[in-house]
Design a protein around this ligand. Sequence first.
Ligand code: G3H
Ligand code: ZN
Length: 281
Amino acid sequence: MLCRSADLIAEAHASGSGIAAFNVITLEHVQAVADAARRTGRPAIVQISQNAVRHHGGDVMPLAAAVAAAARGGEMRLALHLDHVEDMALLHRTAECGASSVMFDASRLPDAENIAATREAARWAHGQGLFVEAELGEIGGKGSAHTPGVRTDPADAARFVDETGVDALAVAVGSSHAMVSRTAALDLRLIERISEAVPVPLVLHGSSGVPHTALRAAVKHGMTKINIGTLLNVSFTRAVRATLAQDPEVVDPRRYLGPARDAMTDAVSDCLMALTTSDSP
Ligand code: G3H
Ligand code: ZN
């Protein structure tokens, strides 16, 4: 069933657990997340980024409709979120496409302008009943202007949330977007300090580069929403390469998209299970 992101995030925040959010690009990505949620019995947020929308000719509707259709009639709990939205026209389509939450990303702007733009976006989105995530401090790897060493200051984070009224905050604590190896080292003490300073749930971006044990530790130290994208694409592309290498004559896309979808379902299931497994005896 299609749930509201706010409910899944609030449930995780209140219980000190994590809620995973997966970025989707193709129909197979959507099916993989839905199948993994069904298989594991865990809720998940499905995210469509502005970049993914651009890939689909600027129209969010086809992929959003696929998420709604995948959620319909199933027991698994899925929510739809728009991710890294910088374009006001896309922000304004959030509710219309069936998403119940949006990350408004003005983090490329200087802090004062980020605060002003985010406050205005949050005011508008709250009027539509939407849950709003925003970002202070650039999370490394998002673009050439972003430095992997960037960190969010707890006092700045508290001020940002207070002045903008956002419902969740993405923070820079050591992860970096688009990593294909799980070698990122998170600053757990900083996560703890930010979560003590900030009243809203925290969001970890670039989680594909973070080992499962570190993701669990991050949740234990106060992280709530765990954004995962590249990991699905690594699984997808590895499976496509293996199928094509095995049979270079293949032309029917179902022959390689099927294994790609299965590989993503396994990867998503592993993440969902990892976030619920405890490291303590
Ligand atoms: O907003 C999306 C996430 O930050 C995904 O990052 O592709 O590095 O896992 P990732
Ligand atoms: Zn991100």
